[in-house]
Design a protein around this ligand. Structure first.
Ligand code: UDP
Length: 251
């Protein structure tokens, strides 16, 4: 199975998925108590799991890359005195905590899930082995990729691009707290409008903060479309899988 679109969607979406293998990127913030942006709120993780299940039940293969920003970010910690590489390793470990929370929530609703970590910790999860990840996907399991790339100075957005390329996914869904990419900050500029579609180069040249430039470049080189949409709207992951026009597509 390749991850390429299997069927063009009709206007407004069709009943069949337009992708067969998807990488969903969830930032750590998505797991957090909305009031603080920190820590893990189990009820929120449960609702994310339900959203993932809705999409999974369409029959797609789904891998998830989780961030760790709700717990720890190496970059900001290094500004406050922690050695950058140490901080980044701490950030990568934070993603494992989120991955376990998501695995737990998914398995509680009957979705078989495997966590694979880029830093070996075999008592907790499997190490990342790409062939094995693909095997899990083929068997219908959700695979959660944790510990980023395993290397400091990278992000989990770059991890999403890397893993998507490795496993031959057809698309990256970047599910966030905004409903797409805007011409300007919509909270500061009421004239800001949402952009439906953008090229990778436009994102890079305009410095739009969709994903970091390493991630965008990797997607561009591998012709991997990115769909940015609001995770907080119920049913949005499913809509994106069905090819409904939501958020912003970068391709
Ligand atoms: N990180 C890293 N290498 C990677 C991925 C992540 O060093 O390949 C570290 C980095 O310190 C980052 C933290 O893990 O700040 C959490 O990841 P990220 O900021 O991407 O999470 P998100 O913003 O998506 O929650």
């Amino acid at each position: 199975m390749t991850g390429s679109p299997v069927e063009e969607s009709a206007a407004g979406g069709s009943a069949k998925p337009i992708y067969d293998r998807v990488v969903l990127k969830l930032s750590g913030e998505a797991f957090a108590d909305p009031a603080t942006g920190y820590n893990i709120d189990p009820s929120i993780v449960a609702s994310i799991a339900n959203e993932v299940a809705l999409a999974k039940h369409l029959g797609i293969e789904l891998a998830v890359v989780v961030g760790g920003g709700n717990i720890f970010r190496g970059g900001s910690a290094s500004l406050r005195g922690i050695d950058r590489a140490t901080g980044d390793y701490m950030g990568m470990l934070a993603t494992v905590i989120n991955a376990l929370a998501l695995q737990d929530a998914l398995e509680q609703i009957g979705i078989p899930t495997r966590v694979q970590t880029a830093i070996a910790m075999q008592q907790v999860a499997e190490p990342y082995i790409w062939k094995k990840a693909i095997r899990h996907l083929e068997k219908g399991r959700v695979v959660v990729f944790a510990a980023g790339t395993g290397d400091p100075y990278f992000t989990t957005d770059t991890t999403a691009a890397l893993r998507a390329a490795e496993i031959g996914a057809g698309v990256i869904f970047k599910a966030t707290r905004v409903d797409g990419i805007y011409t300007d900050d919509p909270e500061k500029n009421s004239d800001a409008t949402r952009i439906d579609e953008l090229s990778y180069i436009e994102v890079l040249n305009r410095g739009l903060r969709v994903m970091d430039s390493t991630a965008i470049s990797l997607c561009m080189e591998n012709k991997l479309p990115i769909v940015v949409f609001d995770l907080m709207v119920e049913g949005n992951i499913k809509r994106a899988v069905l090819g409904e026009h939501i958020g912003t597509t970068v391709k």
